[in-house]
Design a binder for this molecule. Structure first.
Ligand code: GMT
Length: 377
């Protein structure tokens, strides 16, 4: 198939999933065209993938300087150019705003079938803001198919927006189980500590990192040789650094900044933590599980669909410090439990979240959508 994929170029989950999907489809022999504002960072790790990149560059014009150039216009125009030249069979956007709007316009103009995968805040947070909601709803209604990354997100979509249920399908995110494997080489930074927790995120409020820091400060009262490794950067980082100082736990907390490959930390940590207040999927949980590492996470959004409580990790009630501290301590304390959860995580990912398992679901969806749209036209 000739497939167009649009996503953000950034390190965030929707950009990672969109880019990796493009690469894997190309590896399977599809002709894949990628639309983004910049070369997605992940593409740099796969030179020669065969994915054709089309940069979307909105015009710089003085009149737009205060309100920002409309990215969707430029994106739709670039897509139309490529559709006309390459005869794309389908366009698949990742994250509704602004990519799905561009695709809806392309569909109107060229009749190309369009699919959008909604990832999270495009539906449950930003999309619900009155400044966006009517347009997000209209945009999604004009997709031929929508996929959500969890049943939780599908329910939100159907509850908060008006939709035909049959156009919405759940396709879980996937993880590279070869790259994220339990046998990764040593991780020097963690070596001097008996136990370690890794957390990686964009340090937004929703990631709830101060809660994790507070819980960790209690955990190290018993487990003094433990480290909390915080990877990533974002708006809450400064506050987190201050909190670590206020709690006098600087020796036990490492801020590592943005890392493009967390593989060795995932494989060598005692556990990976995700205390988010909301998460439609939680990509790093599958990466940790794939590395054979137990997870501790809040029981919110789509997380319980990814992690079965007590089987691959331990889930705690949102903002419940005692439950979180107990979960971490139980895993620190018990090597056998660690092994059991870690092995079960690897097994679950291989069965449900591997590229080999998920990719055919997208291919079948494309085929079905193209057929349906063509038979309507
Ligand atoms: O929705 C966001 O806040 C950003 C988005 C992203 O691009 O990282 O994250 C969402 O998509 C990821 C990939 O599908 C999911 O793993 C995240 O759980 C989801 N974030 C939220 O729901 C907050």
């Amino acid at each position: 198939m000739k497939i167009g994929i649009a996503c953000y170029p950034s390190v965030g989950g929707s950009g990672m999933v969109g880019t990796r999907l493009a690469i894997e489809l190309s590896r399977k022999g599809h002709d894949v065209h990628m639309f983004s504002s910049d070369v997605p960072f992940l593409m740099q790790n796969f030179p020669g993938s065969g994915v054709k990149f089309h940069q979307v560059t909105p015009i710089s014009y003085p009149l737009f300087s205060k309100i920002g150039a409309a990215y969707s216009y430029a994106e739709a125009s670039k897509m139309i150019e490529v559709v006309n030249k390459e005869k794309l069979d389908v366009i698949h956007t990742h994250y509704a705003i602004p990519h799905a709007l561009a695709a809806a316009l392309v569909k109107q103009i060229t009749s190309t079938p369009v699919i959008c995968t909604v990832h999270g805040s495009d539906v449950h947070t930003v999309g619900l803001d009155p400044s966006y909601k009517p347009i997000v709803e209209h945009t999604l209604k004009h997709q031929d198919k929508i996929t959500t990354v969890s049943n939780y997100l599908k329910d939100v979509l159907l509850e908060c927006y008006s939709f035909e249920e049959e156009n919405v399908e759940v396709i879980y995110n996937f993880v590279d189980t070869v790259h994220h494997n339990p046998n990764h080489q040593h991780c020097e930074l963690l070596d001097e500590f008996e136990h370690s927790i890794t957390h990686a995120s964009n340090f937004r409020k929703i990631k709830n990192i101060p809660f994790l820091i507070r819980c960790f400060s209690k955990v190290i009262q018993e487990f003094t040789s433990a480290v909390l490794l915080l990877a990533g950067d974002g708006p809450e980082k400064k506050y987190c650094e201050e909190l670590v100082r206020d709690l006098s736990i600087q020796k036990n907390v490492i801020f590592r900044g943005i890392l493009t490959d967390l593989n060795c930390f995932f494989a060598h940590s005692t556990l990976v933590a995700m205390p988010s207040t909301l998460e439609s999927f939680g990509l790093i949980l599958t990466e940790a599980m794939s590395s054979g590492t137990p997870v501790v996470a809040s029981r919110v959004g789509g997380i319980p669909e990814v992690v079965e409580d007590g089987k691959q990790g331990i889930l705690f009630s949102l903002q419940n410090e005692k439950e979180c501290v107990d979960a971490i301590s139980a895993i620190f304390r018990d090597e056998e439990l660690r092994k059991k959860l870690g092995d079960a995580g690897r097994e679950r990912v291989l069965k449900h979240f591997s590229i080999e398992h998920i990719l055919p679901q997208y291919e079948k969806l494309y085929e079905r959508t193209i057929e349906e749209v063509n038979s309507r036209n």
